[in-house]
Design a protein around this ligand. Structure first.
Ligand SMILES: Cc1ncc(C[n+]2csc(CCOP(=O)(O)OP(=O)(O)O)c2C)c(N)n1
Ligand SMILES: [Mg+2]
Length: 1019
C-alpha cells in the first residue's frame, strides 16, 4: 500500500526551503534514509523517511517551501500501515498528567497518614550546642566508648569484610546527616599508604638488577645535563625532577607499559616534560640513542640533537605527546582516554584494554588545566586512564604546600571527583614501624607534619629526623630507639620503593569503572646529597661540581673512575651484561620500545567529486552565510562512505549558534551510556539524540576540552593508526585567544584537522560586542608554523580550500592543520569563476575587473565579508568617479605572506640569480594603480603582504575593541564600509597624484566623514 511521508516537527520554523532532493521516484529506501534537505536561515537538516519501501511519487521540488505536515512523497510500503504514527496521544497524556496540579483527596490522605508517622524531632535527638563530643584539640573525651565502636568495626571486618563495613559506615553517616550533623564525612584518609601491606601484589622483577639499571639511568640522565651545561651554560636542563621520579618510570617501563606493535595498539604514556633526560638515558641503555646523541642534549639545531622536552615536532620518531607546558598533559590525556573509548564505542577500534598513563608534578596541579577536567574522566568512567602525580613536595621556587600536605589535598579533590585514589606515601622500611606502633601516635605524627617539615627532614639527616619527627612524642622516640641514624635515614618514601610502586600500578591496572590517580611521595633531587636533595634550589640545579658528581657516582655505585667522572662520561655496560640483557628482555616482553611515534594508518580515500560540486554553483537568489555553507558541506561529507565515519564534529555547546543541530539526530551525540531519558524534543527533526555510537563530540562549555578532543582526534593516525577528520567549530573569539597554548601544542603534536572560527570578523558578528568580536584570530593563526589559514568569502572558496585540506592531510599525509574563518552574514554566493582554484589556494585571485572608464585605476584587495564592501566600493568608484579597478579576493593574507617570505629569502640567498617573483608580485606587478587592502581583521593582517609589492599600499581593518551595534554602524565605526573605502581610495589616488585632491575632499563631505573622529583604537 502507499503511504504519505510528511514533514515532521521541525522545531521553531515555518515555511522552510527545500534545497536538495535526495531520492528519485522508483528508489527503494531504508527507514531513516534522508529524503530531502531543508534549510532555514539558521540551519539545514535532512528529513528522514519513517518507513522503508519504494518511492512512488515526489510531491516537492527544490526551492519549494514546506512546513510541518507538508507531504513530501508517497512511498509503497506494506509495513507502513502497521507502523504507529507518531504517538501524539501518549505525548499529550504525559502533558496532561504534568498539568494535573490538584492533588486527589485519596493522595492527600496518604500524605497525611505518612506525615503523622514521622516522629517530630524530639529534644533529645536535637544536638545541643553545649554538649561536648570531643576536646577542642581533637582528643577523645570517652576512649572506652570509642574502643567499643572500634571493636564492633573490627568484628564486622572480620566476619563480613570491608564492603559490609563500608556499608555500615555509610548508613551511620547518612543517619547522622539526617539528624542534623551537617559535617560531611571527609574524603581524606590518614596519611598512610592506601594499599595495606598484606594486599600488596609483589613485583616479579629481579630487584637487584632493576636497582642497578635504575642507578645507571640516574647517572646518565644527570651527566647529560651537566655535560650540556659544561659545554654551554645557556643550555639548561633539570636533574632533580627525574631523580625524584626514576622509580616511578622504571617500574612502568620494566613491568607495565606495553608498546605498539602489529598485535597490540600500545599504551600511551604522557611523560612529565622536564623528566625527559631520564627517558633519553634509558633509551641510551636500550641502544636506541647513541652517546653522541646524549652529548647533544638540548642542542637541536644541528642533526642528532635531543630536544629539551618531549616535542614530537623536533623528534618525530620518538616523542608522542608534548607535555612541558604544564597542565596540558593532564587535560590532553583525559580527552585522549575519552577519545579512545569513543573510537571503541563507535566500532572503529578494538577494545584491547589499552591504558593512558599520565605523569605530572605536584606543582603542576596548580594549573587549572590539570584538574579542570577530572570530573569528565570519572563521569565517563575512564578506567583506561591512570594519573601518576609525582609528589616531591616542591615546585620551582619552593614547597608546593609548605603549610599543608599536597597529597592530602589532592586526595580530597580526586576522590571528590569520583576517582580511585591510591596513595603511595611510605616505603617498605616503614612497614614494621607502623605495625609496631600500638598507640596510633605514629600515624598521628605523620598526619600532623606539614610538607615544609617533610621537605626539611630530607634536606637534613637521620639525627634531625629522630629529633624533629620522632622526638615530638616519647613513645615514638622509644619506637626508634634501637635504630641508628643511618637506619632512620633509610626509612624511605613510597615513590622510591619499587615494591610499593609496583603494587599501586598493579591495582590501577585492575581498577574498573573509574580512573585512577596514584599520589606518590618522593624526594626532589633524590640522591643528589648536599648539592640538591630536597632543597629549595633543587629544581634549577644543573651544574654539579666535581665533588657532587663523585658523591653521586658513589651514591649509586656507578663503575666509573674519578677521571671518567671528571670528564662527565656516560656509562653503558656491555651488551652482554645482565643489566642490558634484562632491560631489553623486559621491553621485548612488553612489545617493543617506548616512547616511540609511528603511524601505520591507511590514508582516508578522497571523497567523491560531487561532494563539493554543488558548492561551486551559484546560490541564486538564496542568501546564506559561510557558516551555513560549511554545515552544508559537512552534511554532504556525511554522505561520502569514505569520509563519513571518520568525520568528528566537535562543538562546545554552540551547535545551535552555527545551525549544526541537524547533526544531533543524523549522527547522534556521543554518550558512553547512550540515552537514559526520552528527550523533551524527541518528536522533532533535530532532537537532542545521545547515543553510545554517536559521532558528534558535544563538549559542553569547555574550549580547552574541545581543543583537547581535536588534538586526540587529529593525532589518531599515530596514536591509533586510524586517520580521523576532526572539525572543531567554535565562536572564533573563543578559539585562539582562549586556548592558544593548546593550539600551539596541536602544531607540535602534528595534529591534522580543521579548526573553524565561526561567526568571525570584528564587524561581521554585530550584536555580541567587545568580548565576542574577533579581529585578530587570523593573526594568531599566522604564528603557528604548520597551521594553514584562510578567510574565505564565498561558498566555492570554502569548498576548494576544504577539499585541498583533505588532500594535503590525508592523500599526502602532510602534518598541517587548517584554520578557516566563517561568518554569519547572509549573502548570495556566485558561481566559481574560471581558473581561480590555484589562486584560491595560494591566497588571492582576480575576482572582477571594472574597466573601460579609463580615468585611472586601483587594485582593491578584500578578504572575508569585507571583500563585499570592496566590490560595492568598486561599483561606486566606477559609476560615480569613473575609476577602474581590479577586485581581488584574498582568501589568505597569511598564505601570501608565507610565499612572500620564502621568495624574498631565496632571492637574498641567491644574489647572482634573476630574482623570483612572489605570488603577490606575480598578481599585481603588471597591474596599475595603488593597492587598497581591507579585511574584518586588524590592519596588520593585510599589512603582511606590504613588503612583497613595490606599489603604494594602504591597508584598512578593524583595530580596536569591538562593540555591539548594527553591522552597518560597526563597519562605519571601523572605517571598513564601502563609503570609507571609496573615500580613502580617492585620497590615496590623490596622494599618488592620480586624481585631484578635491575629489577626495568632496567624498569626505558627501559621506559625512568626521575628520575629528579619533582612531578606533582609542575609543
Ligand atoms: C605553563 C608553564 N608554566 C611554567 C613552567 C615552568 N616550570 C617548569 S617546571 C616548573 C616547576 C614544576 O614543579 P612540579 O610540577 O612540582 O614538578 P617537579 O619538577 O617538582 O616534578 C615550572 C614552574 C612551565 N613549564 N609551564
Ligand atoms: Mg614537584
Amino acid at each position: 500500500m502507499s503511504t504519505e511521508i510528511p514533514v515532521p516537527d521541525i522545531g521553531d520554523f515555518d515555511s522552510v526551503e527545500i534545497i536538495e532532493i535526495l531520492v528519485k521516484i522508483g528508489d527503494v529506501i531504508k527507514k531513516n534514509d534522508s529524503i530531502v534537505t531543508l534549510e532555514s536561515d539558521k540551519s539545514s537538516v535532512e528529513v528522514p523517511s519513517p518507513y522503508e519501501g519504494k518511492i512512488l511519487e515526489l510531491n516537492v521540488k527544490i526551492g519549494d517551501k514546506v512546513s510541518k505536515g507538508s507531504i513530501l512523497a508517497l512511498i509503497e510500503n506494506n509495513a507502513a500501515s502497521k507502523v504507529k504514527p507518531t504517538n501524539k496521544k501518549s505525548v499529550e497524556d504525559k502533558a496532561s498528567i504534568r498539568k494535573e496540579d490538584n492533588i486527589l483527596p485519596i493522595t492527600e490522605k496518604i500524605i497525611e497518614q505518612a506525615e503523622s508517622v514521622i516522629k517530630p524531632k524530639n529534644e533529645k535527638t536535637q544536638i545541643t550546642p553545649n554538649k561536648v563530643y570531643h576536646q577542642p584539640n581533637g582528643s577523645d573525651i570517652d576512649p572506652v566508648e570509642t574502643q567499643e565502636w572500634l571493636d564492633s568495626l573490627e568484628g564486622v571486618l572480620q566476619k563480613d569484610g570491608s564492603d559490609r563495613a563500608q556499608y555500615l559506615l555509610k548508613k551511620l553517616t547518612d543517619e547522622a546527616y539526617k539528624e542534623g550533623s551537617n559535617q560531611p564525612i571527609t574524603r581524606i584518609t590518614p596519611y598512610i599508604n592506601t594499599i595495606p601491606v598484606e594486599s600488596e601484589v609483589k613485583s616479579p622483577g629481579d630487584q637487584n638488577i632493576e636497582r642497578r639499571i635504575r642507578s645507571l639511568i640516574r647517572w646518565n640522565s644527570a651527566a647529560m645535563v651537566v655535560k650540556a651545561n659544561k659545554k654551554n651554560p645557556e643550555l639548561g636542563g633539570h636533574i632533580g625532577t627525574f631523580a625524584s621520579a626514576a622509580t616511578l618510570y622504571d617500574v612502568g617501563m620494566n613491568h607495565f607499559w606495553r608498546a605498539k606493535n602489529n598485535k597490540f595498539g600500545g599504551d600511551l604514556v604522557y611523560f612529565q616534560g622536564h623528566s625527559a633526560p631520564g627517558m633519553y638515558a634509558r633509551a641510551f641503555l636500550e641502544g636506541r640513542l647513541s652517546a653522541k646523541q646524549l652529548g647533544n642534549f638540548r642542542q637541536e639545531v644541528d642533526v642528532d640533537g635531543l630536544s629539551s622536552y618531549p616535542h614530537p615536532w623536533l623528534m618525530p620518531k620518538f616523542w608522542q605527546f608534548p607535555t612541558v607546558s604544564m597542565g596540558l598533559g593532564p587535560v590532553l590525556s583525559i580527552y585522549q582516554a575519552r577519545f579512545t573509548k569513543y573510537l571503541i564505542n563507535r566500532g572503529l577500534l578494538k577494545d584491547e584494554n589499552r591504558k593512558i598513563w599520565t605523569f605530572l608534578g605536584d606543582g603542576e596541579t596548580d594549573e587549572p588545566e590539570s584538574l579542570g577536567a577530572i570530573s569528565l574522566a570519572s563521569r565517563e568512567k575512564l578506567d583506561n586512564l591512570i594519573f601518576v602525580i609525582n609528589c616531591n613536595l616542591q615546585r620551582l621556587d619552593g614547597p608546593v604546600r609548605g603549610n599543608g600536605k599536597i597529597i592530602q589535598e589532592l586526595e580530597g579533590i580526586f576522590r571528590g571527583a569520583g576517582w580511585n585514589v591510591i596513595k603511595v606515601i611510605w616505603g617498605s622500611y616503614w612497614d614494621q614501624l607502623l605495625a609496631k606502633d600500638k598507640t596510633g601516635l605514629l600515624i598521628k605524627r605523620m598526619n600532623e607534619c606539614v610538607d615544609g617539615e617533610y621537605q626539611a627532614f630530607k634536606a637534613n639527616d637521620g639525627s634531625y629526623v629522630r629529633e624533629k619527627f620522632f622526638g615530638k612524642y616519647p613513645e615514638l622516640k622509644d619506637l626508634v630507639s634501637t635504630m641508628t641514624d643511618r637506619d632512620i635515614w633509610k626509612l624511605n618514601r613510597g615513590g622510591h620503593d619499587p615494591h610499593k610502586v609496583y603494587a599501586a600500578y598493579d591495582e590501577a591496572m585492575k581498577t574498573k569503572g573509574k580512573p585512577t590517580v596514584i599520589l606518590a611521595k618522593t624526594i626532589k633531587g633524590y640522591g643528589m646529597g648536599k648539592s640538591g636533595e630536597s632543597i629549595n634550589i633543587t629544581h634549577q640545579q644543573k651544574k654539579l661540581g666535581e665533588e657532587d658528581l663523585l658523591y653521586y657516582r658513589d651514591r649509586f655505585d656507578i663503575p666509573l673512575t674519578d677521571k671518567q667522572v671528571r670528564n662527565v662520561e656516560f656509562y653503558k655496560p656491555d651488551e652482554k651484561s645482565e643489566e642490558i640483557k634484562y632491560l631489553k628482555e623486559r621491553r621485548m616482553r612488553l612489545g617493543g620500545d617506548l616512547p616511540e611515534r609511528t603511524s601505520f594508518a591507511k590514508p582516508i580515500k578522497k571523497p567523491s567529486k560531487d561532494i563539493f560540486e554543488n558548492m561551486l554553483k551559484s546560490s541564486g537568489d538564496r542568501e546564506m552565510s559561510t557558516t551555513m555553507a560549511l554545515v552544508r558541506m559537512l552534511t554532504n561529507l556525511l554522505r561520502d562512505k569514505n569520509i563519513a565515519p571518520r568525520l568528528v564534529p566537535i562543538i562546545p555547546d554552540e551547535a545551535r549558534t552555527f545551525g549544526m543541530e541537524g547533526f544531533f539526530r543524523k549522527i547522534g551525540i556521543y554518550a558512553h551510556e547512550g540515552q537514559k531519558y526520552e528527550p523533551e524534543d524527541s518528536d522533532q527533526l533535530s532532537s537532542y539524540r545521545e547515543d553510545k555510537k554517536g559521532q558528534v563530540l558535544e563538549e559542553g562549555i569547555t574550549e580547552t576540552g574541545a581543543m583537547s578532543s581535536f588534538i586526540a582526534a587529529g593525532t589518531s593516525y599515530t596514536n591509533h593508526d586510524l586517520e580521523m577528520v576532526p572539525v572543531y567549530t567554535f565562536y572564533s573569539m573563543f578559539g585562539f585567544q582562549r586556548v592558544m597554548d593548546l593550539i600551539w601544542s596541536a602544531g607540535d603534536s602534528q595534529t591534522r584537522g580543521f579548526l573553524v572560527g565561526a561567526t568571525s570578523g570584528r564587524t561581521t558578528l554585530a550584536g555580541e560586542g567587545l568580548q565576542h568580536q574577533d579581529g585578530h584570530s587570523q593573526i594568531m593563526a599566522s604564528t603557528i608554523p604548520n597551521c594553514v589559514s584562510y578567510d574565505p568569502t564565498f561558498a566555492y572558496e570554502l569548498a576548494i580550500i576544504f577539499r585541498e585540506g583533505l588532500k594535503r592531510m590525508h592523500d599526502h599525509q602532510e602534518n598541517v592543520f587548517y584554520y578557516l574563518t566563517t561568518m554569519n552574514e547572509n549573502y548570495r554566493h556566485p558561481e566559481i569563476p574560471k581558473n581561480c582554484e590555484n589562486g584560491i589556494l595560494k591566497g588571492m585571485y582576480l575576482f572582477k575587473e571594472f574597466n573601460n572608464k579609463g580615468k585611472t585605476k586601483v587594485q582593491l584587495l578584500g578578504s572575508g565579508t569585507i571583500l563585499r564592501e570592496m566590490i560595492f566600493a568598486a561599483e561606486i568608484l566606477s559609476k560615480e568617479y569613473n575609476i577602474d579597478s581590479d577586485v581581488w579576493s584574498v582568501t589568505s593574507f597569511n598564505e601570501l605572506r608565507k610565499d612572500g617570505m620564502k621568495t624574498e629569502r631565496k632571492n637574498l640567498r641567491n644574489p647572482t640569480e634573476k630574482p623570483k617573483k612572489s605570488y603577490v608580485e606575480e598578481c599585481l606587478s603588471k597591474r596599475d594603480g595603488p593597492i587598497i587592502a581591507a579585511s574584518d581583521y586588524m590592519r596588520s593582517f593585510a599589512d603582511q603582504i606590504r613588503p612583497y609589492t613595490s606599489k603604494a599600499f594602504y591597508s584598512f581593518g578593524t583595530d580596536g575593541y569591538g562593540r555591539s551595534d548594527s553591522r552597518k554602524n560597526l563597519r562605519k565605526f571601523f572605517e571598513v564600509d564601502k563609503e570609507h573605502i571609496v573615500t580613502y581610495t580617492l585620497s590615496a589616488l590623490a596622494k599618488e597624484q592620480l586624481i585631484s585632491s578635491n575629489e577626495a575632499e568632496k567624498a569626505i563631505k558627501k559621506y559625512n566623514i568626521d575628520k575629528n573622529k579619533p582612531i578606533p583604537t582609542v575609543l
